[in-house]
Design a binder for this molecule. Structure first.
Ligand code: SAH
Ligand code: SF4
Ligand code: F3S
Length: 460
């Protein structure tokens, strides 16, 4: 019902409104900022309220079935809204738009959709939007990416934080994962282009930059030699950015693949001042049999040994992870191996997932699909364990003083301010009106599973 236009919604003549609905990972978050940039250039203002929108665009994710189902559910609602207001244009883009069955459906049961484009042709938006304006139905999805396209516009959501792509796509083909199929082969942006985007972001007031890629530490494939290196690699890029960026900037990166963590990378993270003490290192599973079937390229003991090296070099560093349960063939024993690795790794936090078969991936056809009930039971046990560990790790911070970057009022209690540590942990403290981006020192007094509480140490 919320999609019915209520009396009194005023449509300002000449001003067009677009609502952008974003699902999925940081890649999509970053793409949404480029798309918002193009929409702005085409004369659209962004709105949160689809009831007054001229265009609703869904930037979709298909990494798991539930992400896809959510998008399909919302598309159904948009279809009803469009029936009530035929002038409304509805579009779909992002990873789902690359999937074969969606492309087929765009000629069938999704043929009411006005605009569709994929992950490889976002830069074509100016032309696609113009064609849409002239009354055309526009469906343009490319099978493959072309060379990396530069000089894309950007309308950043958060004045403090920027995502900067360093690689696109993925070559790893983990057997459960659809990302390489919908994002294409791995491509790296040039060092100069990345540096320019980071420096521009910092110049416009951004204080926290996250370098993005499915596999950031494989950065550099296909690039020309630089500075005596056969090709620029991830540690080299970190060094260049650390030098180019002004003081006070925090530099992060995600996701690193455990298989590509090497001593040069560890050393770069340890020695470069602006690079924060934070790694996201998805372990996925703890059984060597399952890791092998996933094509992850490491064993559980190899992973733990790598973690040891990371933590020795960067004391106090936070490590987060992605963990999956119910991969085909995962037995109770395999799952217990996962719990054992989680117990030993003591991650600060982890994203936990139930395996979801994805069309066209190798694992979809594997025997031994795990029953839903079993998956539910395993994910619950995994989350219970990880929550206990997160709480215990956070409790270890009680009494310590952390450098916190102020963000704004706490969502739950406007009398409290919130911000993040260098390790990206959320901290609340009693105060108001601290300028976003300001670095303050907070003594941690209480720890919860997902948040820390403390008081300012540096107030005069
Ligand atoms: N490139 C990153 C993350 C990609 S997707 C990496 O390699 O770690 C984010 C997470 O989603 C993955 O780490 C994995 O844990 C999860 N995931 C991917 N495909 C999945 C599937 N088919 N079912 C359940 N979880 C999945
Ligand atoms: Fe998917 Fe594996 Fe690539 Fe990550 S590294 S995006 S999990 S194929
Ligand atoms: Fe989803 Fe695409 Fe990211 S499938 S997880 S939005 S790369």
């Amino acid at each position: 019902m919320i999609y019915e236009i209520p009396d009194g919604v005023c449509m300002t003549e000449g001003l067009r409104l677009a609502k952008l609905v974003v699902y999925g990972c940081q890649m999509n978050e970053r793409d949404s900022e480029t798309i918002a940039g193009y929409l702005g250039k085409a004369g659209y203002a962004l709105t949160e309220d689809e009831r007054g929108a001229d265009l609703v665009l869904y930037l979709t994710c298909c990494v798991r079935g539930n992400a896809e189902d959510r998008a399909l559910g919302n598309l159904g609602q948009a279809k009803r809204l469009k029936k009530a207001r035929p002038g409304l244009k509805v579009g779909i883009c992002g990873c789902m738009a690359q999937e074969g069955w969606v492309r087929e459906a765009l000629g069938g049961r999704l043929s009411w959709i006005d605009l569709a484009f994929g992950t490889h042709n976002i830069h074509r938006l100016p032309e696609l939007l113009a064609r849409l304006d002239s009354g055309e139905r526009v469906v343009e999805v490319w099978d493959f990416p072309q060379e990396v396209v530069e000089d894309l516009p950007v309308l950043r959501k958060d004045p403090l934080k920027a995502f900067v792509n360093i690689t696109y796509g993925c070559d790893n083909f983990c057997t459960y994962c659809i990302v390489p199929y919908v994002r294409g082969r791995e491509r790296s942006r040039g060092v100069k282009e990345i540096e320019a985007e980071c420096v521009e972001a910092a110049g416009s007031g951004v204080k926290d930059i996250t370098l993005l890629g499915q596999n950031v530490n494989a950065y550099g494939k296909g690039l020309a030699p630089a500075d005596g290196l056969e090709r620029p690699d991830f540690p080299y890029l970190l060094g260049v950015l650390d030098e180019a960026l002004p003081e006070g900037i925090r530099l992060r990166f995600t996701t690193s693949h455990p298989r590509f963590v090497d001593d040069r990378m560890i050393e770069a993270v340890a020695s470069l001042k602006k690079v924060c003490e934070q790694y996201h290192l998805p372990v996925q599973a703890g059984s060597d049999k399952v890791l092998g079937m996933m094509n992850r390229g490491y064993t559980a003991s190899g992973y733990l040994a790598m973690l040891d090296r990371v933590r020795k070099a960067v004391p106090g560093c936070a490590v987060t992870s992605d963990i999956m349960v119910g991969f085909p063939g995962e037995t109770e024993e395999d799952f217990l191996d996962t719990l054992a690795v989680v117990e030993e790794a003591r991650f600060d936090a982890a994203f936990t997932f139930v395996y979801s078969p994805r069309k066209g991936t190798a694992a979809e056809a594997m025997p031994g699909q795990v029953p839903e009930e079993e998956k539910k039971d395993r994910i619950k046990r995994l989350i219970d364990l990880q929550n206990r560990i997160s709480l215990s790790v956070n409790r270890g911070l009680v009494g310590k003083v952390e450098e916190v970057m102020a963000e704004g009022p706490s969502e739950k209690d406007p009398g409290m301010w919130s911000g993040r540590t260098r390790t990206n942990k959320m901290v609340h403290w009693p105060e108001t009106g601290v300028a976003p981006g300001r670095l303050v020192r907070v003594r941690i007094e209480r720890a919860r599973t997902f948040v820390l509480h403390g008081t300012r140490e540096d107030r005069t």
